[in-house]
Design a protein around this ligand. Structure first.
Ligand code: HEM
Length: 122
């Protein structure tokens, strides 16, 4: 289950760095290229998708697997369109985007915890 640990570490690091880069974008304190932020977010989405696939194989509840896989797809989609929707309420788009990002890290943690428990139990 080495790949499980690697996927989880990538999800954690990319999520944390994406949040830091996003905060820099929002505050304008540090000049961060948006594509760098998007790449970090994509890395998080891919690791969540990988964890969802592992959870499916390990027989985790289908609903959890579907929610995680859908979240992994929705994160980059929403991130890419967020500035073109809710034009009258731009803050709402941003709040949804940050919730998507943090939620992806949370789901990766939940899947990682459940899979590690299962692997330990043999
Ligand atoms: C593939 C995934 C992602 C894409 C495509 C994406 C895309 C973007 C884009 C284009 C912006 C700039 C929006 C603007 O110009 O106002 C942005 C801002 C931001 N992103 Fe992401 N992002 C992704 C993932 C994440 C993740 C994982 C997090 C947090 C864990 C995050 C947190 C933020 C924050 C805090 C901002 C600043 C929001 C603001 O302007 O107030 N993003 N993102």
């Amino acid at each position: 289950m080495k790949s499980l640990g690697i996927a989880l570490i990538i999800a954690r690091i990319s999520g944390l760095l994406a949040l830091a880069a996003g905060t820099a974008l929002a505050t304008g304190l540090v000049a961060i290229p948006v594509p760098l932020h998007m790449s970090l977010g994509t890395l998080l989405a891919l690791s969540l998708l990988l964890l969802a696939g592992k959870a499916r194989k390990a027989g985790e509840p289908l609903l959890l697997v579907i929610v995680a896989a859908t979240w992994a797809i929705a994160l980059p989609v929403w991130g890419s369109v967020q500035t073109q929707v809710f034009l009258a309420l731009p803050w709402l788009s941003r709040v949804i985007h940050v919730i998507c990002g943090l939620g992806a890290v949370g789901l990766a943690e939940i899947l990682g915890m459940r899979l590690a428990k299962k692997a330990k139990a043999g």
